[in-house]
Each structure stands twice: as C-alpha cells, then as structure tokens.
Design a protein around this ligand. Structure first.
Ligand SMILES: *[C@@H]1O[C@H](CO)[C@@H](O)[C@H](O)[C@H]1NC(C)=O
Ligand SMILES: *[C@@H]1O[C@H](CO)[C@@H](O)[C@H](O)[C@H]1NC(C)=O
Ligand SMILES: *[C@@H]1O[C@H](CO)[C@@H](O)[C@H](O)[C@H]1NC(C)=O
Ligand SMILES: *[C@@H]1O[C@H](CO)[C@@H](O)[C@H](O)[C@H]1NC(C)=O
Ligand SMILES: *[C@@H]1O[C@H](CO)[C@@H](O)[C@H](O)[C@H]1NC(C)=O
Ligand SMILES: *[C@@H]1O[C@H](CO)[C@@H](O)[C@H](O)[C@H]1NC(C)=O
Ligand SMILES: *[C@@H]1O[C@H](CO)[C@@H](O)[C@H](O)[C@H]1NC(C)=O
Length: 349
C-alpha cells in the first residue's frame, strides 16, 4: 500500500502519462507456432502464473485495465517472439492485419509495430511498407536473428534497411529465442546444465533468455550492424534496443575502443550510438543500469517501457517514481523518458 501512496503523490494529477514501446501480444495466426517452441514454453511456465497466456492474447479489458491502473496512456503493441514464422510472409500479414483490426476501435490507447518475415528481406521490406502506409503502424519490432542464427548485417538485408530508412520509421531489435538444443541438450547446450541435478531446464531457459542470453545476443547484433557498415550505408536508420540497451551502454567505451575504425571517414561506434540508437527500459526496473545509460546515452534517446505481460507494470511505475526523485534526471528529462521521446520518435500523440 505504501507504494500506491507514493505513486499517487508522484503522479499527482493521476493522469495517464506513459507511452510504452515493448508491449507484446500473441496473434491467433501465430499462436501454435509460438507455443510449440519448447524454449518459449519453458519461459512461460517457469516464471509466470497460469493466467499468463490469457494476458498475452488479450488486447481488450485485461490489458486496458492494467494500463490504466499503472498510468499507461498508450502501448505500442508488437507480436511476441516467434522465430518459427520468420520465413512465412503470409503468417505475418495475417497477424499484422489481426493486430490492426483489433486496435482500430482504440487508437487513443494503442499503436502498433509490425512483425516481419525477416528470412525474406524483400518481403519484409514490402510488409513494412504496407503496415506503415496502409495500417498506420509506427515501425517494426523484429526478431534479432533468423532461426539458423543469421543476423541482419549482410548485403542481403540492404533492401530491408533501405526501406526502413526511406519510410523513416524505427526498427526495434528484439531478442529472439535461443536454439532449443542449447537449452535442452543436457551436458552439451551452452545454457543447459552439465547434468540433470545441477539446475532445471527452466533455469536453463532463463540463462538463455531473460536472465542473460537474449540481451547479449541483441547487443551483439547492434555491434554487428555497426561493424558490417550498415549505418555507414544507411546513416538515417533508427534502431531501438530494449532492456536498457541490451548491454551496449555497459560495454560502449570498451567496444568503441576496439571496433571503431581508424579510418576517420566512418563514424565511431560512440558517434553511431548517438546518431542511430534509441533505448527502452523494458523489463529492467533498476536505477543501476539506468545510471550507467544516462552517463553515455543522450536523455532524448531513452524511453520508458514495461515489456507487458512479461514485465510487471507496477514494478515499472515504482521504477519511474524512484527515477523521478533519484536526482539522476530533471523534471523535464523525466517527462521525456516517460512519453515525450516516444511521441517524437514515433510521431504519435
Ligand atoms: C507448459 O505448460 C503447458 C500448459 O500447462 C503444458 O502443456 C506444456 O507441456 C508445458 N511445457 C513445458 C516445457 O513445461
Ligand atoms: C475494442 O475491441 C476489442 C476486441 O474486439 C475489445 O476487447 C475492446 O474492449 C474494444 N475496445 C473498446 C474501447 O471498445
Ligand atoms: C497488471 O497489473 C496488476 C496491478 O495493477 C499487476 O499486479 C499484474 O501483475 C499485472 N498483470 C500483468 C499480466 O502484467
Ligand atoms: C539461413 O536462413 C536463411 C533464410 O532461410 C537463408 O537464406 C540462409 O542461407 C541461411 N544461412 C545459413 C548459413 O544456413
Ligand atoms: C547450439 O546452437 C547452435 C546454433 O546456434 C547449434 O549449431 C548447436 O548445435 C547448438 N548446440 C546444441 C548442443 O544443441
Ligand atoms: C574508409 O571507410 C569508408 C566507408 O566504409 C570506405 O569506403 C573507404 O574505402 C575506407 N578507406 C580506407 C582507406 O580504408
Ligand atoms: C517486481 O518487484 C518485486 C519486488 O521487488 C520482485 O519480487 C518481483 O520479482 C518483480 N517482478 C518482476 C516481474 O519484475
């Protein structure tokens, strides 16, 4: 109860302030493809109540009530991670249409990021364009690599990056599920225990996903895009990294020292970070990574997000309340993080 009192004091006008950007939903079109993945099942079963799938599938009362109770005015909704569909343009078309239709009666509370068939970069570019121009989506949230481990720094993906730059919409690089064998092959997988009594497969899934693997993997992808010259080729790209920047802020100076070319015609990693990257707090509700990030990332690039329904919106509100009185940001910087940066990046109200 104390935290509710604190929140009501901090968010005095009781208004719906926040805009959040990493908020997931499960489309009927991709339901079985998502839940058939054992790593996904382990993630869901290991740390969530039985009601979790219902929250993930809902874009109505359950979610709206949760948003309202936690000062969230608008969620930018995206599909939950589904590596199996990356080479199925038809599935994503269906899912994007379902998302657009479901939120069409409620555009003051919801906006959308497209899901894209990244295994077919030209089809992904076309679907991005359709979603932005015809469905009014504000960008895309994509799996950070293909099912076979391919990242998007190769020339095959240039048509996709060219389209994102041309449309001037952000691409949110979201972690994707690890190769299942690395979670479940006891004694062999990089996240699996050496033997069954050491730790459970739920813990293995957490190591590979939310507790570590996801984040280093998505951070690596940003460094690969930089190293592969994607930002040199498409200097106006807007990349969003969730989860407090997917470890990049913590590593930025060291990675910059090794990866930035001596060739001065290309921007350094730190310059690229300043020019092409935005970050969200999704699911990370601690001032420690936030403090690190505020020291090397411009405050107009940092945006609040919950990671609903995986992240807990109450913990998110508590974090934003803590941030407000932490001395790390001014009142107007706090408002930028809470919603103004998102309005500007996504061109929404
Ligand atoms: C997760 O829970 C569902 C529903 O209870 C069950 O069908 C599935 O087998 C479980 N999977 C794992 C890997 O625990
Ligand atoms: C919009 O439609 C969805 C799904 O049909 C429903 O759950 C939701 O309550 C509706 N929202 C409003 C504001 O009418
Ligand atoms: C929704 O919000 C309530 C409190 O407002 C919280 O306890 C609950 O865990 C949230 N549910 C989900 C699925 O995030
Ligand atoms: C990975 O998958 C993509 C899409 O199916 C394919 O184009 C590519 O050749 C594959 N790469 C490897 C190394 O197998
Ligand atoms: C771990 O994943 C890689 C692909 O990312 C795969 O080649 C390898 O076989 C996997 N290891 C196990 C033990 O399944
Ligand atoms: C410097 O980098 C640019 C852009 O990547 C490249 O076109 C050029 O060839 C490089 N010059 C040298 C001397 O390496
Ligand atoms: C929310 O915060 C509580 C108390 O710090 C913690 O026990 C819980 O794990 C947090 N939940 C999430 C989903 O972060």
């Amino acid at each position: 109860m104390l935290h509710l009192l604190l929140l009501s004091l901090l968010f005095e006008d009781d208004s719906l302030l926040f805009i959040t950007l990493e908020e997931h939903w499960l489309s009927p079109a991709l339901d079985s493809a998502t839940f058939s993945n054992i790593a996904f099942q382990l993630l869901v079963n290991g740390s969530n109540p039985p009601s979790f799938p219902a929250h993930l599938r809902d874009l109505g009362p359950l979610r709206l009530q949760n948003m309202t109770a936690n000062n969230i005015r608008k969620q930018v909704v995206s599909h939950v991670t589904v590596p199996a569909a990356l080479d199925s343009p038809e599935s994503f078309t269906l899912a994007n249409n379902q998302l657009a239709a479901t939120i069409s009666n409620n555009t003051d509370r919801f906006a959308a990021f497209a899901g894209l068939p990244m295994a077919q970069p030209e089809a992904a570019a076309a679907e991005l364009e359709r979603c932005v121009k015809e469905l009014g989506f504000v960008g895309a949230l994509v799996e950070t690599h293909l099912a076979n481990g391919t990242y998007y720094d190769g020339a095959a993906f240039y048509p996709f990056w060219a389209k994102a730059q041309e449309l001037d919409v952000p691409i949110y690089l979201h972690p994707t599920l690890p190769n299942v064998g690395n979670v479940t092959n006891i004694g062999a997988g990089i996240y699996a225990p050496a033997s069954p009594q050491d730790f459970s497969l739920f813990t293995a899934a957490d190591l590979g996903i939310v507790a570590w693997g996801w984040h280093q993997d998505a951070g690596l992808h940003f460094l690969r895009l930089y190293s592969g010259g994607v930002f040199a080729q498409f200097p106006k790209l807007k990349i969003v990294l969730g989860h407090m920047g997917e470890m990049v802020p913590y590593m930025l100076e060291r990675a910059d020292a090794f990866l930035s070319p001596k060739n001065t015609s290309r921007l350094s990693l730190k310059e690229t970070w300043a020019q092409n990257a935005w970050v969200t707090t999704a699911g990370f509700f601690s001032l420690n990574p936030m403090g690190t990030m505020l020291r090397n990332t411009a405050v107009d690039r940092i945006m609040y997000s919950v990671d609903y329904p995986f992240g807990n919106s109450v913990n998110g509100s508590m974090f934003m309340a803590e941030l407000k009185t932490s001395g790390l940001v001014t009142e107007s910087e706090w408002e930028m993080i809470a919603y103004k940066n998102a309005q500007k990046l996504l061109k929404i109200q």
